[in-house]
Design a binder for this molecule. Structure first.
Ligand code: NAI
Length: 269
């Protein structure tokens, strides 16, 4: 049986992933702000370092896979916080855990991005560039300034939509750049992104309201399958990427979004 670390394990997609892996008999080291084996705040450098240290202790220094699922949505009031959690909370932790993934001989890392990276027109290129440069302080400063400059009619509904979409584009680019470096690829460690669309989790329902009041055909983005995703729909693909057999895919971005990205960017390939 294998050992996996799953961030965001207390809720939504992370909880569904942890449940799937646990049901198969694997050891799951859950990481979250609450209700997890490792309680840590991934929004800060100290929290990320403490999380990595504890995961390495609990795993004995070898991990078969990491699912970086923890994150926040565009309704978070603080744009800087969105960048710290959704981008730096993922990259710093994965960098710290890479040697443990390499130690297992066939490490697998999966990151949850979002189809907002490609379907939301409010991506801030400068913010993406700053995040990819690794300068968290400058990223946070720019995120807050850009949020303050955004029209109030947008921020009143989705306060951090620009930072959210930018954080998810930046993380997808980081994955594609990092996955092909020898430190990852030649150690047999794969690194991929799953980009969900609208998935019925506390994160989404917190901004959209009750599930029974939602209609996929009235959603702001096209929903070709006419349904919303469930946490299990994402956990299914996370699970596939975590398998030892998934050895020939790295740097991929898989849209698990009911067809939204294909409908909006049909000829992007
Ligand atoms: P959720 O709110 O149900 O679960 C997210 C988990 O991450 C929570 O347990 C939360 O405590 C944890 N978390 C948040 N900030 C943290 C921090 N600073 N340190 C440690 N843990 C922290 O949300 P959901 O929907 O399961 O989200 C999972 C991922 O999917 C996130 O990265 C989110 O941005 C992404 N996503 C969600 C979509 C949706 O429609 N639900 C769509 C596209 C992407």
């Amino acid at each position: 049986m294998a050992t996996f670390a799953v961030t965001g394990s207390a809720s939504g997609m992370g909880a569904a992933t942890a449940a799937l892996l646990t049901a198969e008999g694997h050891t799951v080291i859950g990481v979250d702000l609450r209700d997890a084996q490792v309680i840590a705040d991934l929004s800060t450098p100290e929290g990320r370092a403490a999380a990595a240290e504890r995961i390495l202790e609990l795993s004995g220094g070898a991990l078969d896979g990491v699912a970086a699922v923890a994150g926040v949505g565009p309704d978070m009031p603080n744009a800087a916080g969105v960048m710290s959690i959704n981008y730096f909370g993922v990259t710093a932790l994965l960098e710290a855990l890479r040697p443990a993934l390499a130690a297992s001989g066939a490490g697998r890392a999966v990151v949850i991005g979002s189809n907002s990276a490609s379907t939301v027109p409010l991506v801030d290129d400068k913010l993406v560039e700053l995040a990819l440069s690794g300068d968290e302080a400058a990223t946070r400063e720019h995120a807050d300034a850009a949020q303050a400059a955004m029209p109030a009619e947008i921020t009143a509904i989705v306060p951090s939509i620009g930072a959210y979409a930018s954080s998810k584009l930046a993380i997808a680019r980081w994955v594609r750049r990092t996955a092909v470096t020898p430190e990852w690829a030649r150690e047999g460690v794969t690194l991929n992104v799953i980009a969900p669309g609208a998935v019925l989790t506390p994160l989404m329902l917190g901004s959209t309201g009750k599930e029974e009041d939602l209609n996929a055909d009235e959603f702001p983005t096209p929903m070709p399958l006419g349904i919303f995703g469930r946490p299990e729909d994402i956990a299914f693909w996370v699970h596939q990427f975590l398998k030892p057999e998934a050895r020939y895919t790295t740097g991929a971005v898989l849209y698990v979004d009911g067809g939204t990205d294909a409908a909006m960017r049909t000829d992007a390939q």
